[in-house]
Design a protein around this ligand. Structure first.
Ligand SMILES: NC(=O)N[C@@H](CC(=O)O)C(=O)O
Ligand SMILES: [Zn+2]
Ligand SMILES: [Zn+2]
Length: 350
């Protein structure tokens, strides 16, 4: 817990953005969107729908559905992404660029995570398309885990750096890459030291929790996400990276709603729902690190700077005030259990 004596009563920062968000579609989208729109000005919207968003036309249509689901009076700018497949043609990158609403292309290694079945089986299949992305300046967002069966689940990210990331960046040194939701000291160090245009998003839950949280007193499915929480040494490295002031690290919640029944199951889905209270969680993580002065750049400046977008105008304020998270939130015709359900947290967005 934070040391209340030395902390300010409130903190006001430029309105932040979420550079990694799952909004889903249909009735689920309508349920979760207001939470993100309340906290963030914009979000990079992940394309792992069923079926995935693989074309510029599909991204434009998805964006229209998001805007239609936005409650009147809320301002929110969804930044769309394409789901890369083995067969995405280079022309689709041109169409995406020309659409004006697609801001990046996402790599899901096939089998790595939720709705990744249509993902890439071998990045070599995508080289022509990656060349086009490099040429037009389209950022490449990477779920950085190998899926080889001989690799331990907890080592998937570190092995990805050696087997995929280094060769990829050697072959495309000018391609803008975001290493999404990094979870290891290996990834933090790689991003901090690499040459060229690379950045990383970091979730609030990977800043606050290590893998013990998944097994505390029993198996706790709401702390299960991918890449899975790691050892404490990795969490500490992520906190150091996020609070360092290095502009390569920025906010991406990876808020990933799954219905309660899909998580509390014999084979539960991966994903933590944090859209309701993301800024509260990031503020807590930065406060514990004694680095509240670094929260604004991480949350509101480094992301737009990397994506060549203007920073938001306007501000948000977080008050140091305890409140208790609901146990459940309505979602479509079911419910979602937010991370920290029923727990009391120390900051409240006003
Ligand atoms: N992070 C997760 O555990 N799940 C995400 C997918 C992803 O970001 O890998 C989801 O879409 O549910
Ligand atoms: Zn992912
Ligand atoms: Zn994600």
């Amino acid at each position: 817990m934070s040391d209340f004596e030395t902390l300010p009563d409130s903190i006001t920062i430029t309105r932040p953005d979420d550079w990694h968000l799952h909004l889903r579609d249909g009735a689920t989208l309508a349920s979760v969107l207001p939470h993100s729109a309340r906290q963030f000005g914009r979000a990079i919207v992940m394309p792992n729908l069923k079926p995935p968003v693989t074309t510029a036309a599909a991204a434009v249509a998805y964006r229209d559905r998001i805007l239609a689901a936005l409650p009147a009076g809320m301002a929110f700018d969804p930044l769309m992404t394409l789901y890369l497949t083995n067969n995405t043609p280079p022309d689709e990158i041109v169409r995406a660029q020309e659409s004006g609403v697609v801001h990046a292309v996402k790599l899901y290694p096939a089998g790595a995570t939720t709705n990744s079945d249509a993902g890439v089986t071998d990045i070599a299949n995508c080289y022509k398309t990656l060349e086009k992305m490099q040429e037009v300046g389209m950022p490449f967002l990477v779920h950085g885990e190998v899926t080889d069966h001989d690799i331990d689940l907890f080592d998937r990210e570190a092995v990805f750096i050696e087997r995929v990331m280094r060769p990829l960046r050697r072959d495309f040194p000018a391609l803008k890459i975001v290493f999404e939701h990094i979870t290891t000291k290996d990834a933090a160090q790689y991003v901090a030291e690499a040459e060229g245009p690379i950045a990383a998003t970091i979730t609030a839950h990977h800043l606050l929790y290590n893998r013990n949280e998944i097994f505390k007193g029993g198996i706790r499915p709401h702390y299960y996400c991918l890449p899975v929480l790691k050892r404490e040494e990795h969490r500490l490295a992520l906190v150091t990276a996020a609070t360092s002031g290095d502009e390569r690290f920025f906010l991406g919640t990876d808020s990933a709603p799954h219905a309660q029944g899909a998580k509390e199951a014999a084979c539960g889905c991966a994903g933590c729902y944090t859209a309701l209270h993301a800024m509260e969680l990031y503020t807590e993580a930065f406060a514990r690190a004694g680095a509240l002065d670094k929260l604004e750049a991480f949350s509101s400046f480094n992301g737009p700077d990397f994506y060549d977008l203007p920073r938001n105008t306007g501000t948000i304020t977080l008050k140091r005030e305890q409140w208790t998270l609901p146990d459940l939130l309505p979602m479509a015709d079911a419910q979602v259990v937010p991370l920290n359900a029923g727990e009391t947290i120390n900051w409240k967005m006003v």
